[in-house]
Design a protein around this ligand. Structure first.
Ligand code: COI
Length: 353
């Protein structure tokens, strides 16, 4: 399936070291495809990366009908380009579409488009340690109409960004604040969809946390403010007394591709794992009993990010002496090893471009 490709005239400067700030550098090309009611998705094309023009009444600006995905391409030492479980991202894009009343996409086709775009800009897949090419597919509603109803037209775009670690400092454990004022999502809401509002609604809480030296916040459930949900940029795992506990998908937690990969690896390694409700009070009790051995987040952007300290209403949990724990390290090495093609991919997670 080949699509229209219009090559950029001048090529931009590529990053020259691994110090690439997350999401601030973009490649030479982007993918665009349009949708109109009655016509479906049409005109897939790769064009030079450039600003786009939209009507000020475009529905995206007013009611935020939009979804996105986050995936990565990696450069192997043999110069190949690999992606990690991209079918799962396509599946989730459609889950988000259904929740946000956006027309579904053909998952296989769009994955082909992702691959073609990455192929065009493959020189941009960075080869420095800890770097990758972040792939951001997203869909926006474009109809010029202020009615509060689903748009009749959309744009699916894919942009590419060479990235270093999501949290500055790389695999260094981060400090996280347990959010006690604001709420990310509630059951029945949009928390399980990858949609813009979930992220911008977190800024206030994140800004407060950053003032106190925290990298991000840990969200509790929106109803009782008791049960641990996710960090927003990543799902969360705890190693407690030899077993791993992660919050069960509640309808308000994003189903991370890295999260599901961690669960599969832990099962393979015969490490006991529980997906269940866990309250912050229960976690604190384990901490006081000296049973909280490790905490780490898992996400496409964050990969495996150890949490060295959790602050909850004046209580400080210092975890593993704020050092990278052995399980977080093992998972990081295994997952990045598969992503970079240096560890055996027994599960068929890697997809060659
Ligand atoms: C990802 O991990 O891909 C995310 O979408 C998290 C964040 C950068 C929004």
């Amino acid at each position: 399936m080949s699509i229209k490709i219009e090559k950029a005239e001048s090529m931009k400067q590529k990053p020259e070291s691994k110090e690439i700030p997350f999401g601030q550098v973009f490649t030479d090309h982007m993918f665009v495809m349009d949708y109109e009611e009655g016509k479906g998705w049409y005109d897939p094309r790769v064009i030079p990366y450039a600003p786009i023009t939209l009507d000020p009444a475009a529905m995206i600006f007013h009611y935020g009908q939009t979804v996105f995905e986050g995936m990565k391409a990696y450069r192997t030492k043999d110069g190949e380009t690999l992606m990690f479980r991209p079918d799962k991202n396509m599946e989730r894009l459609n889950k988000s579409n259904r929740r946000m009343s956006i027309p579904e996409i053909d998952e296989e086709r769009v994955l082909e488009y992702v691959k073609q775009l990455v192929e065009v800009d493959k020189e941009w897949v960075p080869e420095f340690e800890g770097t990758s090419l972040y792939i951001r597919p997203f869909i926006i509603s474009t109809e010029a109409n202020l009615a509060v109803a689903p748009s009749q037209s959309y744009k699916l775009m894919i942009i590419l960004s060479p990235v270093g670690p999501y949290f500055a400092g790389g695999m260094k454990p981060v400090r996280i604040k347990v959010e006690d004022e604001f709420t990310r999502a509630v059951k029945g809401g949009t928390g399980a969809a990858k949609t813009a509002g979930n992220y911008s609604a977190a800024y206030r809480a994140q800004a407060n946390a950053k003032k106190e030296g925290h990298a991000d916040v840990l969200w509790l459930d929106g109803v009782e403010k008791r049960y641990i949900e996710e960090v927003g940029s990543m799902n969360i795992f705890f190693k407690i007394d030899g077993k791993v506990i992660t919050p069960a998908l509640s309808g308000s937690i994003l189903e991370g591709v890295t999260r599901m990969s961690v669960l599969e690896l832990l099962k393979d390694w015969d490490i006991p794992v529980e997906e269940r409700k866990i309250s912050i009070a229960e976690l604190y009790q384990y901490y006081e009993e000296g049973k909280l051995e490790e905490a780490f987040g898992a996400g496409t952007a964050a990969v495996i990010s150890p949490v060295g300290r959790l602050d909850w209403l004046g209580n400080t949990m210092t975890i593993n002496g704020e050092e990278v724990g052995p399980l977080a390290k093992r998972l990081y090495d295994e997952i990045t090893g598969i992503q970079l093609g240096v560890r055996e991919d027994t599960k068929g997670w890697s997809v060659k471009i």
